[in-house]
Design a binder for this molecule. Sequence first.
Ligand code: ARG
Length: 465
Amino acid sequence: MSDKKETSKATTNSAWGGRFSEQTDAFVEAFTASVQFDQRMYRQDIAGSRAHAKMLNKIAVLSDDDLNVILEGLDKVEQEISSGNFNWSIAREDVHMNIEARLTELVGDAGKRLHTGRSRNDQVATDIRLYLREQIDFINDEIKRLQQGMLDIAEREAATIMPGFTHLQVAQPVTFGHHIMAWHAMMKRDVSRFVDCQQRMNESPLGAAALAGTSYPIDREFTAKELGFTAPTQNSLDSVSDRDFAIEFCSSAAILLVHLSRMSEELVIWSSAQFDFIELPDRFCTGSSIMPQKKNPDVPELVRGKTGRINGNLISLLTLMKSQPLAYNKDNQEDKEPLFDTVDTVLGCLRAFADMVPAIICKHDNMYKAAKQGFSTATDLADYLVRKNLPFRDAHEVVGKAVAMGVSTGKDLSELTLEELQQFSDKIEDDVFDVLTLEGSVEARNHVGGTAPEQVRKAIALARK
Ligand code: ARG
């Protein structure tokens, strides 16, 4: 008995060893550790410790000497980590205890005083918020770089005619610039979702301690301000418990990736031999080890595929949070890997897209030819008849018949003769050919949000402001 006690005393974790009579099982130690992945928040963790130490000093819980020693020690720890000279230890479980233990090795008792009035529960809630807040800036910068590329290509292709689709069937002619500006509009909303989520998460949980707050007269406004938060959070239980801000982030990321997957799908289709609307530069493609002729649009395909894991990460976090009782539960340690994977994946996909989109090579003739197929100006003919006082439903019927003739003779509407067209309505005159051209069709849609080149240029100018 006494033998066992001696061994266990020597080896239990020093952060809580007092209460324990045997060593943590080696597998359990590794199983419960998070340092392998949460070490990426070391800068945030150290920033939180600096703010906390300064606050403890301000309320006279920590002496000036201790504060100075702690701040110097934290600088040293940060420098060790950033230069790769830090010995991360599984036995010290997570980023918080690794840093605190190293600090104590360096500065002695002052290091042990740092954890006064706080808990890893408010520490980790603070770290994740600080980390995400910063990553959202990087993500939004990258979306904006992608948007710049979109504006450049949209400007170049403002008058380029291509078929617009519904049901992936040719519908009406549109301009390629207009299509790209649709992508731009999706990205604009994505940025605003991230900004919104960043603002909502920007409150300081520090001071919530384990769950109930602390008996020290802490100054939570001070630490919030030190860390650039707008204010302290208002409820300690909620502060250490909820990860809704991470869920919101992952849901904004999922929507962004769904957008990127749609663009990817279009790039894949357009670069096929069947469509042949665009070419992606070789540097964004790969070949086949067996089929010498192949040039595969791997980058958009992979982004489309990565959407699966981003959506999965959102589901992971929703499921992780579901039914958790207040306040902190160890379950929440599982928030980090899906979250970090989301950040990394989103940044990678955005980087690939921002590099690739401005380099898209348009095959104007093929787009134009494709827009001429599929009777894309049929609606224009109907609108023409309406302007000549035919009710729209009757006009629809007339044009339907003209299209049927085109189908059976293999001709586009603009290729039917005036006599042929006049069989279907005597209101058709020789000015009809103005509206049956692709150029006439796109130019006619000259209103806010329409596909006319003039409107595309206006939309670009507005977006550039
Ligand atoms: N590694 C933990 C996490 O990621 C930190 C908080 C641990 N708190 C606790 N009471 N065990 O959530």
